[in-house]
Write a protein that binds this ligand. Sequence first.
Ligand SMILES: [Zn+2]
Length: 99
Amino acid sequence: MNENSGLPNPPERERKPKINDLGQHEICCADCDAVLLIMMQTEETDLINKIKVENCPKCGGESWINTLVGKYFYAQAMGVTIKSMEFDDEKELMRIRMT
Ligand SMILES: [Zn+2]
């Protein structure tokens, strides 16, 4: 149900993010599995965040849509720079673009 630039993507690009040893959530590229963004929870709330990272610096791919509940601090993963963050009101999705 996700219209995507004509690439042969699987129908649903949505899954739970990985959680590493420090309790941080890592958002990875769906195509090459590079860690693109680290989410650190700062507060437990009912806030729902839907996050998608675009333009993977390694392969040009994108992450799955990651759904996280709570308040989060966004951190760049090593070697990755955030170029822009834009909230898509229609889809209630935070799109984060890498350089
Ligand atoms: Zn990638």
